[in-house]
Design a protein around this ligand. Sequence first.
Ligand code: FRU
Length: 333
Amino acid sequence: MRKTLPLLLLATLTMLVVGCARKPAPAPMAPAMPPSKAAEPPAAGKKFTIGMSQCNLGEPWRVQMNADIKAAVATHPEIEVIYKDAQNKTEQQQAQVREFIAQGVDLIIISPKEAVPLTEPVAEAMKAKIPVIVLDRKIQGDNYTCFIGGDNVLIGREAGKYMVKLLGGKGKIVELKGLETSTPAGERHKGFMEGIKGSHLEIVFAADCKWLEPNAQQEMNSALSRFAQIDAVYGHNDPSAHGAYMAAKQEGKGREKAIKFIGIDALPHEGVKYVEEGILAATLQYPTGGKEAIEMAMKIRAGETVPKTITLGTRLFTAQNVKSGGQEIKAGG
Ligand code: FRU
């Protein structure tokens, strides 16, 4: 028995060596990808934590976005949202995303101030397996889970088409642009140029007003002092169009009555009200996407796949249709 044990061992070893020699070396295994945090089954009683980074809360439209998120979350006691306001500071927003990653939130919603500088922090979250929903303004590339926003080219095009109609195809325009390093500004400009193509509308003055009413008012002051004839103002958002109106009014020559002002956003208590009051000739709705963001977050939590892009619709509000809730604009229209 004592002698058979070493023999047995020797036989086993030989078999192992021969076996290894015959078998092809196994292919190196790719490191197993840890499943996305959101795909893990929700632990009973544990809240699903969403980090929401809002680029600023100084603008009414952004306050509305957060309110839309809050309203959507109200029916989901299993969700907790941590809201952060970046106060229109890019570095602060970068830091916020990184704080959310360090905290280990289950999902991030970001409405970025600028495209390029927020791209890397979002990539870091994705690398940490935290799904990211990007709202309204885009980042660069497609390293995020889902983008939700309006069709800014379409909105700009509709604004242009309506302006051509308003002015009978001819006139001098002031364009008060949104922040040029944020994607909706370029898209709203591009769409507008498409909308006025072939007409005799001419942009005589353009400025980057960074989405802010005081900047728009100041730029419009310069435009008014330089041009005796201004027929219309295209504001990339309602605060810009309103700032331009205020500048024309304060100039004291009554030009605000002749100039047509068009804006974008159409919040009920802002742009739509201005149309009702006859301050703006038109505004186009720019939905916040807050409700849709929570809908997508719930799907992601349940492990469902969500579309890469969700494009929200728009409505045109004019003096003629504002009482009846505006007119729906269909994509491709
Ligand atoms: C608010 C805002 C809106 C505009 C949007 C574009 O910050 O300026 O008025 O429609 O951002 O991203």
